[in-house]
Design a protein around this ligand. Structure first.
Ligand code: FRU
Length: 530
């Protein structure tokens, strides 16, 4: 009897040992296994060709975007075991040009404090943290720990902030041994730290999402944090929880303003998740909104740009504010019909503030480095698109299309519209256009695929735009399963996914109940980034 018990015990022990060895093996091996892919795997159905995507498995938010020593780091919310969300890690990739990426091993694994949720990274040049030396400044990642077990048990303080550092250009990471550095003050949602150096006070400032508002903390050393103030419970959109803030200064002419990005899920203008922004002042303690509390400003009017934030430590002589977002939406992100991986990032964009008739607005433009992907150039000498007629040309994806339209007539009919549709022989089509009477751009993916994987996916999105000089400019980046529209010099941005059964291979210019003139059109075929 005793022997049997012992046997049972020892076989259980053996099982446990095998299991934990396997687990460790898996941990160690999962990244190399997922990284070594043959070229053909980057030609899988729906695989983006000019956008960053993980080589396999699930990805959501971009994290820890930081520039250091010639490299742009892109970390990201990653679950290496499945193509749906799960215990979060930080995946890692680097680029020297923001366009072509190299996959690196997973940077941060979950530990006894929880999963590794979203956050940021900075280069601590003055070694304020003491985690490196001045000669060898540490790269410090600041992230949220999500204690899933505590959450399951019904506690509310299961999110805390932790840090990790690297002394070898982001290749190897050590978790700080006294994590968490910012405990939970009793708030259910308490996450996504975005940290910046604030020269005026010679302090680090952390913006943190806390349910329906943003909290600001300061620290001399990235380790000890003091609460300074909060913003937003009464301002902007509140249709869902606030997440992934980013606070940064931008000039408008010679005036310095502060921009606060806040992602919200759900409650986006077209359903699901979206990113809003505020313009105002930051006084070291809190954000002071220039606009009324009821004003809502959206960063992107498409459905697929979420949780985006900007790069830290971009050199002063470059001076750009570079943004990348998760090109998906929590409404359907886990259901999109890709097989071995899920999700991609938006193309990187430069953010700028400009004066418009409605006030100061945030403009987004594709980073200039994307021009290095241009391969063949086709000039489209199309001119007049006669009323209710189509002009069709072959489409090669990926491509960039730069268009400049004007319309005839000052009194357009209510439903007149013009623009372009991507389509194929199956009749699947994705349309991007402008409606002069309503003065709005729109993207229409109601017929983008014969295969419906999520009812709510089939939608039309709108973005108001007043073309002062009657010129309608559109710059489009078209990839295998996405389109990004930049219009009005970046005032209007629309990012939308599509998943046709067959790849689109034709492009039609159309003009409905109006006559549009395509004054200029250039089509660039693009080299894949992989
Ligand atoms: C945003 C988000 C963050 C969180 C992360 C978890 O998409 O919900 O608030 O840190 O995703 O993966």
């Amino acid at each position: 009897m005793i022997r049997n018990k012992l046997l049972l015990f020892s076989s259980l022990l053996a099982l446990l040992v095998v299991f934990s060895c396997n687990y460790q093996e898996q941990e160690k091996n999962s990244s190399p296994v997922t990284r070594q892919l043959s070229e053909s795997q980057y030609n899988e159905k729906y695989r983006p060709q000019i956008h960053f995507s993980p080589d396999s498995m699930w990805m959501n938010d971009p994290n820890g975007m930081v520039y250091y020593d010639g490299e742009y780091h892109l970390f990201y919310q990653y679950y290496p075991e499945d193509i749906v969300w799960g215990p979060m890690h930080w995946g890692h990739a680097i680029s020297t040009d923001l366009v072509r990426w190299e996959h690196l091993p997973i940077a941060l694994y979950p530990d006894e404090h929880g999963y590794i949720f979203s956050g940021s990274a900075v280069v601590d040049h003055n070694n304020t943290s003491g985690l490196g030396t001045e000669e060898q400044p540490p790269m410090v990642a600041i992230f949220t720990y999500h204690d899933a077990e505590a959450a399951d048990k019904g506690s509310i303080d299961y999110q805390t902030q932790g840090i990790a550092y690297s002394l070898d250009r982001g290749r190897n990471w050590t978790k700080y041994d006294q994590n968490p550095v910012l405990p939970n003050p009793g708030l259910r949602d308490f996450r996504d730290p975005k940290v910046m150096w604030y020269p005026r006070e010679e302090m680090w400032i952390m913006s943190l999402a806390a349910g329906d508002h943003i909290r600001f903390y300061s620290s001399p050393d990235l380790i000890h944090w003091d609460f300074e103030g909060e913003f937003g419970s009464n301002a902007g959109a509140h249709g869902g929880v606030w997440e992934c803030p980013d606070l940064f200064p931008l000039m408008v002419g010679s005036v310095k303003k502060w921009v606060l990005l806040v992602s919200i899920n759900p409650g986006g203008p077209f359903g699901g998740s979206a990113t809003q922004y505020f313009i105002g002042q930051f006084n070291g303690k809190t954000f002071v909104n220039d606009n009324s509390d009821s004003a809502i400003l959206w960063l992107d009017h498409g459905r697929d740009n979420y949780a985006g934030v900007t790069y830290s430590n971009i050199p002063e002589k470059d001076g750009r504010r570079i943004f990348i977002g998760w090109m998906s939406n929590w409404d359907y992100g886990q259901e999109v019909p890709t097989k071995r991986w899920r999700s991609a990032m938006t193309i990187p964009r430069t953010l700028e503030l400009k004066n418009t008739e409605e006030g100061i607005r945030l403009f987004s433009r594709p980073v200039i480095e994307l021009e290095t992907l241009r391969k063949d150039t086709t000039r489209l000498n199309i001119g007049l698109i006669p009323e209710n007629q189509n002009i069709t040309i072959p489409l090669e994806i990926p491509c960039e299309i730069d268009l400049q339209f004007t319309t005839n007539g000052n009194h357009p009919e209510a439903d007149s519209r013009f623009g372009l549709s991507l389509f194929n022989a199956m009749g699947e089509q994705m349309t991007i256009g402008f409606r002069p009477a309503e003065q709005e751009f729109y993207t229409d993916r109601r017929s983008s695929s014969k295969r419906v994987f999520n009812e709510g996916f089939e939608s039309v999105q709108y973005a108001r735009f007043n073309p002062e000089d009657g010129q309608i400019e559109m710059r489009l980046y078209i990839d295998v399963s996405s389109v990004e529209l930049f219009a009005g010099d970046g005032e209007v941005v629309m990012t939308d996914l599509f998943f046709p059964v067959e790849e689109y291979d034709s492009l039609t210019f159309f003009s409905q109940d109006t006559e549009a003139i395509l004054q200029k059109g250039i089509l660039y075929s693009l080299q894949p980034i992989w």
